[in-house]
Write a protein that binds this ligand. Structure first.
Ligand SMILES: Cc1ncc(C[n+]2csc(CCOP(=O)(O)OP(=O)(O)O)c2C)c(N)n1
Ligand SMILES: [Mg+2]
Length: 569
């Protein structure tokens, strides 16, 4: 049956099971938008800036495991998506971005709102397409979704000239893709798996580093089985947080620049690292030459390009981590590492890393801890970037699978609010908290309008320290306290929220925190809490730039209260 390009696009999206599209229209996507009302299965959410559309698609994708979809017009609409696409690329988030393009006869003429978005996004997409023929739309969309969600997930962009949306063609949705050059390896090589099993059985001080790959492939059970069977302690990367329950007796926090000292010490002392679904990002490894100096390294990852990229690897295993772990678990024999586990427990006692100082004023760590206590760890936490992000990662306790959504690779301020919106749209029954910085919030706070319009009951906690705090921390520690361009004014965030019809409260005192968080949760609407916290609080522990994980700086102030987070030692 003949259909317009716009109809073909909508039919194809329905076939892919798409339920939500985040976007803003314009001339180059008008034909497509004009067709949308005929497809009530496709809920369109009108964001206020295309960056918000891309981050919302990411939040949706990360919370649901489905492909997130965002849409924009040509030119400035398309370029506004770029930050979100780059963010999705670095954090392996499956999104499909659709952009309008000028009509084919105008391409290459610097026409009004013409921009070469496939050129611009070439290095930040898994793949991208400029569709030049209405007849190839269905196949292209099929491929785009397949590429976004399979193998190592990532963003795919489809650029859609206006006249391609208007022309007609026969509609057939292909049942399968034909991409001879793209065959992700899922099964790990059996000989490599055997080598890994041998190394594990010989190791005295093995350590698992679990990354976001565990979450992407849903390998929670397989990871737990491996750790418990061979009694191997687990640390995660920042993005691997919530891949392994943090209350588990074998959990030793997360590693890296602001990870727990004992996690970093474990990496430093281990004789075997089993790195699973992680990519040895420099924030995780610190100085590479000092990374895990005594360890053999087994690296399990679906992307062969990650093997040996940053660190030397003894046993690479390319494959889907769930599939590889299943195979490995069939061969692994029960073992114990009593001394090693004891050693880690001792380090944790000596270097607890995430204690909260007694203070008159309101500490940001205290705010996060109270949000944890009131939500009983059951919320989905979506963070900004900077100090608020690190405190949210340190002081909330992530037992629930896939409960932290944070911009790791790109470190995108402004991610928090639209990503929280996307997460809430995707998981409406979950309590979703957006932990924002006062700086980052001001980058995308226009999405309060979208949140209000969609009645998305996102709970927002602004960690308002009056600074671009993480940069101020670096200036304090490494630039002689010269606070150039980091003090930051802000509007009255509660009034801003109220202007959008969103209730809110400003909180300045410790005793106000719990009632405020409880009230925010009780209200069925979105709610904003503006926490005025100690302005010059720093994030510790910290591995200084250029140092190795072992050279971690701990909190210099001494008076601390022990937070009894753990039931286990
Ligand atoms: C888009 C963007 N611009 C600049 C930076 C550099 N940067 C990293 S953290 C940070 C400060 C963030 O301030 P705020 O949002 O208030 O969070 P805080 O660190 O104070 O918690 C800046 C400017 C960034 N990560 N992203
Ligand atoms: Mg700040």
């Amino acid at each position: 049956m003949k259909m317009t390009g716009a109809q073909i696009i909508c039919e194809s999206l329905v076939k892919e099971g798409v339920e939500v599209i985040f976007g803003i229209l314009g001339g180059a996507v008008l034909p497509l938008y004009d067709t949308l009302p005929n497809y009530p299965q496709l809920r369109h959410i009108l964001v206020r800036h295309e960056q918000g559309a891309a981050h919302a698609a990411e939040g949706y994708a990360r919370a649901t495991g489905k492909v997130g979809v965002c849409m924009a017009t040509s030119g400035p609409g398309a370029t506004n998506l770029v930050t979100g696409i780059a963010d999705a690329c670095l954090d392996s988030v499956p999104i499909v971005a659709m952009t309008g393009q000028v009509a084919r006869p105008f391409i290459g003429k610097d026409a009004f709102q013409e921009i070469d978005i496939t050129g611009i996004t070439l290095p930040i997409t898994k793949h991208n397409y400029l569709v030049l023929d209405t007849g190839s739309l269905a196949r292209t969309i099929k491929e785009a979704f397949y590429l976004a969600r399979t193998g190592r997930p990532g963003p795919v962009l489809i650029d859609l000239p206006r006249d391609v949306q208007i022309d007609q063609a026969e509609f057939h949705y292909p049942s399968r893709v034909d991409l001879p050059g793209y065959k992700p390896t899922l099964q790990g090589h059996p000989a490599q798996i055997k080598k890994a099993v041998k190394l594990i059985s010989e190791s005295q001080r093995p350590l698992i580093i679990a990354g976001r790959g565990i979450i992407i492939s849903g390998a929670y059970g397989e990871l737990k089985h491996l750790a418990e069977t061979a009694q191997i302690p687990v640390v995660t990367t920042l993005l691997g947080i919530s891949s392994f329950p943090e209350s588990h007796v074998l959990s030793y926090g997360w590693l890296g620049m602001h990870g727990m000292a004992y996690a970093n010490m474990a990496v430093d002392a281990a004789d075997l690292i089993i790195a699973i679904g992680m990519r040895f990002d420099d924030r995780a490894t610190a100085r590479v030459s000092g990374f895990a100096p005594h360890a053999h390294i087994i690296h399990i990852d679906i992307d062969p390009a990650e093997i040996g990229k940053n660190v030397r690897v003894d046993v690479p295993i390319v494959g889907d981590v769930k599939v590889v772990l299943e195979a490995l678990n069939r061969l692994i024999t029960p073992t114990e590492h009593i001394d090693w586990v004891q050693q880690l427990d001792d380090w944790r006692k000596k270097h607890p890393s995430i204690l909260i100082r007694d203070s008159e004023g309101l500490l940001p760590q205290f705010v996060i801890r109270k949000i944890y206590e009131v939500t009983r760890g059951e919320a989905i936490i979506v963070t900004g970037v900077g100090q608020n992000q690190m405190w949210a990662a340190q002081h909330y306790w992530y037992d629930k699978p896939n409960s932290l959504i944070s911009s790791g690779g790109l470190g995108t301020m402004g991610f928090e609010l639209p990503a929280a919106l996307g997460a809430k749209i995707g998981r409406p029954d979950e309590v979703v908290w957006c932990i924002a910085g006062d700086g980052g919030f001001q980058m995308t706070m226009q999405e309060l309008a979208t949140i209000a319009q969609e009645r998305a009951a996102v709970k927002i906690a602004i960690i308002n320290n009056g600074y671009l705090g993480m940069v101020r921390q670096w200036q304090e520690l490494f630039y002689g306290k010269r606070y150039v361009a980091t003090p930051l004014s802000c509007p009255d965030f509660v009034k801003i929220a109220e202007a959008y019809g969103i209730p809110g409260l400003t909180v300045k005192r410790k005793e106000e925190v719990v009632p405020a968080v409880e009230q925010a949760i009780r209200e069925p609407s979105p709610f904003l809490l503006n926490f005025i916290v100690e302005p010059e609080e720093n994030v510790y522990p910290m591995v200084p730039p250029g140092a190795s994980l072992a050279e971690i700086m701990e909190e210099p102030k001494k008076e601390v209260t022990v937070w009894p987070r753990r039931s286990t030692p």
